[in-house]
Design a protein around this ligand. Structure first.
Ligand code: PLP
Length: 360
């Protein structure tokens, strides 16, 4: 005897068998990726200059012979050796990922249990919330102090994972290394320093690794190295932690082409030092010009600036810029709204400023 089928509507209401944690979450919304070549794209912090010519040569080389037919190195050993040399770290402490978002996913899966707790800062990188939610964990978002440093005493002790972006997005501000040490020593679990923008800053946290056994530093090739389309990121931590994280990652999470590109990029430090000095120079001009236009601009250590206004809402400014083919990122946080503007080339930034003068 067959049982009556459950009505379709009921099945839908049950969530099609999806985990309640997935049904309850909103999901991460990436920045707009418009395919209009005329658009001045200053919304997702890509590098405005092309990658090193050596990257193009390495990718072309990887297309020859047998390379595409065969699986890539599972741990990306050529990249780890190169990163170890360039950064002065142990290659066995380097974990490669399909973008640093992949690294952050691996870290969350490895450290955070269902019902666990993740601690981060606000305003901050919005992806952390989605990662915690997928895992069925709660996210505690702590406000920065008045100088954009970490709260003292640290209220987030006992978290399964603590994540701090440094320089921070969207503010572009930096937490001092002494603060990193203080919090890493009091958070009671793994401490992740998301250094997606560290290549634009004067300091970074790599030198803290020997004294902090719970420190994981994450990096990306998407911003400074001009390889957002390639998808490559990595973590630098202690070899004993990497050995465990390897169990969580996809067997071949980086492909032959991205490994070739990332290895060639990190080896060409001279090319990128030039990119850095151009971006830092334009960042300075953009900061001054936005202040003159009535924005309050937070001094930035990254390749973007965060600006707010006291006198008027900024969403209409974002919309007017978009109508004029200049795309910036409008963001709202509990602490307020603002525009995050990527430091483009000199001419791109001039175009942004010209449109802003017309709009305001
Ligand atoms: C862009 C960004 C990332 C992710 O970069 P990938 O493109 O996934 O390598 C990670 N953290 C922060 C703070 C970022 O801004």
């Amino acid at each position: 005897m067959s049982r009556p089928e459950r009505p379709a509507a009921k099945k839908k209401a049950d969530g099609d068998g999806l985990r309640p944690a997935i049904l309850a979450m909103a999901g991460y919304t990436p920045g707009e990726q418009l395919n209009d070549p005329d658009i001045v794209k200053l919304n997702t912090n890509e590098c405005p200059y092309p990658p090193s010519p050596r990257v193009i040569a390495a990718v072309r080389d990887a297309l020859t012979g047998d390379r595409l037919r065969k699986y890539p190195q599972p741990l990306g050993d050529s990249f780890r050796q190169a990163a170890g040399r360039v950064l002065g770290v142990d290659p066995d402490g380097v974990l490669v990922g399909n973008g640093s978002d992949d690294i952050l996913t691996i870290l969350t899966r490895a450290f955070v249990p269902d019902g666990g707790r993740v601690v981060t800062m606000t305003p901050g990188y919005v992806l952390y919330k989605s990662l915690a939610e997928i895992q069925g964990a709660t996210l505690t978002q702590l406000p920065f102090d008045g100088d954009w440093q970490l709260p003292d005493p640290w209220p987030g002790a006992g978290a399964h994972l603590t994540l701090v972006a440094n320089p921070n997005s969207p503010s572009g501000t930096m937490v001092q290394n002494a603060e990193v040490v203080r919090v890493a020593q009091s958070c009671g679990g793994p401490f992740v320093l998301d250094e997606a923008y560290a290549d634009f800053a004067e300091t970074n946290g790599l030198s803290l690794l020997p004294k902090l056994p719970n420190l994981v530093v994450t990096r990306t090739m998407s911003k400074y190295y001009a390889l957002a389309g390639v998808r490559f990121g990595y973590a630098v931590t202690h070899p004993r932690i990497v050995r465990e994280l390897v169990k969580v990652k996809d067997s071949y999470n980086c492909d032959v082409l991205s490994l070739a590109a990332a290895t060639a990029a990190i080896e060409d430090q001279a090319y990128y030092a030039d990119v850095r000095s151009r971006i830092v120079a334009v960042r300075g001009r953009l900061t001054v010009a936005l202040s003159e236009l009535g924005f309050r601009v937070t001094p930035s250590h990254a390749n973007f600036v965060w600006c707010v206004r006291r006198d008027r809402p900024v969403k209409p400014i974002y919309e007017a810029l978009k109508a004029r083919k200049v795309l910036v990122r409008y963001m709202v946080y509990p602490t307020g709204e603002g525009l995050r503007i990527t430091v483009g080339t000199g001419p791109e930034v001039e175009q942004l400023l010209a449109e802003l003068r017309r709009i305001l």
